[in-house]
Ligand binder design. Structure first.
Ligand SMILES: Nc1ncnc2c1ncn2[C@@H]1O[C@H](COP(=O)(O)OP(=O)(O)OP(=O)(O)O)[C@@H](O)[C@H]1O
Ligand SMILES: [Mg+2]
Length: 443
């Protein structure tokens, strides 16, 4: 007997709903609850902090645009999407799906349909009204189990992949015929597009063109359907390399802002104070310095580690305790689990010679010195010299071409969130934890 496992996106959604339920049972309504640590799971909307202004901005932009939400891994994209889903504004019905493992456009449509049924069962019948391909086999909605629309569609419409355009056209038509605002959130779309590229590059081209045409006719301001696409992989350089960048140029870029220094210190202060931990005033600042670019997951993990260390041995925590926890964290299996993908994904998305050159740059940058709590980094000229050293002698491209390729590589590493321009012309690792981890394992 096969066991039906929910997909990653569904799993996250169900987990979030359950968490929210148990929390509401545990916590008396009027008491101010001690905020939980979230170390990897989606942050439920009632516990999501520092994102109010950005979420407001998203809702404003949704009024007239389709959007693309960009941020590095583990920065809080799905948590923001979950907030849009759980607390919709302006009368929107919101559908969320994670499409990371999908390899065909038809499966995207089925995922949307399936999630519509699970997330808005009351509206589902109106959605499929008059859609013969579905109504011919659909029993009463109440008789379908969670996640079953997709499997039933596949069983009943055998060649559903071959006719993906027809099904996609029909889905758009039905969504529009609802005549009410619908926001469709597609998480990890870049992964799905890369899967498509691997399986069938022509299908990727056809799908991107079709999807753009559908989104843009009618223009968003005259349409009831909105798309919010998201993911942690930088799609632009991949599509640029295939001359397909124009297929996503209608989307408004919405980069998720980094947490500010003040927000990071507030987080550390509040999480420790709420647990009655005594600590030196300078401690949050030192933790912020060590983090470098603040990846929120690492902020949560490190603060939780500090709290646990205090719980095991209550004392006034000092800067030295943060430094000790930081070093311990970098060598821990928890960090290994969270950081390893940054290493392996280079080989997946960078082709030679860029791959070896990227390693050369990162191996150099992970060793640069720190002065007054700041990474000194390396100059552009030093890094270019390093990169040129990787070219076999006698096969160096012309100077202008070398420069173009080098700048392209630096842009890719910046867009993929490995490095950052610390001061004009100087570069360093974007995250302090990643830098220390890289030095430990790969330098
Ligand atoms: N506003 C926030 N404040 C504090 N921590 C946060 C916040 N948002 C996210 N996090 C932390 O980041 C972790 C990852 O959140 P989330 O899954 O939303 O990120 P993501 O960008 O979607 O990650 P991935 O790239 O893996 O899909 C959470 O478990 C939590 O530790
Ligand atoms: Mg996510």
């Amino acid at each position: 007997m096969s066991i039906k496992r929910p997909k990653k996106g569904q799993q996250k959604c169900c987990t979030t709903i359950l968490l929210a339920f148990f929390k509401s049972v545990r916590t008396p309504k009027l008491a101010r609850p001690t905020p939980d640590f979230y170390v990897g799971s989606v942050v439920p909307s009632e516990d999501l902090r520092f994102r109010d202004a950005f979420i407001e901005e998203l809702w404003e932009s949704i009024a007239s645009h389709h959007l693309i939400l960009k941020a590095p891994r583990r920065c809080g994209k799905t948590s923001v999407m979950e907030h849009l889903r759980a607390s919709p504004q302006h009368g929107y019905s919101v559908i969320y799906e994670n499409v990371q493992d999908l390899v065909h456009p038809a499966d995207l449509f089925l995922a949307i349909l399936d999630n519509f049924r699970d997330q808005h069962p009351g509206l589902f019948h109106t959605l499929v009204k008059g859609w013969q391909t579905v109504t011919s086999w659909l029993p009463k909605v109440e008789e379908i189990e969670c996640g079953e629309v997709k499997t039933k569609f596949r069983e009943n419409v055998k060649d559903y992949r071959e006719h993906w355009r027809e099904h996609g056209d029909a889905l758009f038509r039905q969504l529009r015929s609802l005549k009410r605002p619908v926001l469709i959130i597609v998480d990890e779309l870049p992964d799905m597009l890369l899967n498509l590229r691997q399986e069938d590059p022509k299908l990727l081209r056809d799908f991107l063109s079709w999807f753009r045409d559908k989104r843009c006719d009618p223009l968003p301001k005259n349409d009831t359907v909105r798309w919010l696409l998201g993911g942690s992989i930088n799609l632009s350089s991949t599509l640029d390399g295939m001359s397909l960048l124009d297929r996503i140029n209608d989307l408004k870029d919405m980069p998720l802002p980094d947490l500010t220094p003040h927000q990071i210190e507030t987080f550390v202060n509040e999480m420790l104070t709420a647990r009655h931990v005594e600590f030196e005033k300078k401690l949050p600042e030192r933790l912020r310095e060590l983090l470098g670019r603040p990846i929120p997951l690492f902020l949560q993990m490190l603060t939780q580690d500090l709290y646990r260390s205090w719980r095991n041995r209550p004392r006034k925590l000092r800067k030295a305790d943060v430094e000790a926890e930081f070093s311990r964290f970098v060598t821990s299996t928890a960090a290994q689990d969270k950081l390893q993908h940054y290493y392996t994904r280079l080989a997946k998305y960078y082709e030679e010679p860029a791959l070896s050159q990227a390693h050369e740059i990162l191996n150099h940058l992970c060793q640069t010195a720190e002065k007054d709590g700041r990474d000194e980094g390396a100059s552009r000229a030093t890094l270019m010299h390093l990169v040129e050293g990787t070219c076999p002698s006698g096969r160096l491209p012309a100077a202008h071409e070398r420069k173009r390729l080098f700048l392209q590589l630096m842009r890719d590493l910046e867009n993929d969130f490995y490095i950052t321009e610390t001061t004009p012309g100087r570069y360093g690792f974007a995250s302090g934890i990643m830098k220390a981890w890289w030095r430990k394992h790969y330098a």
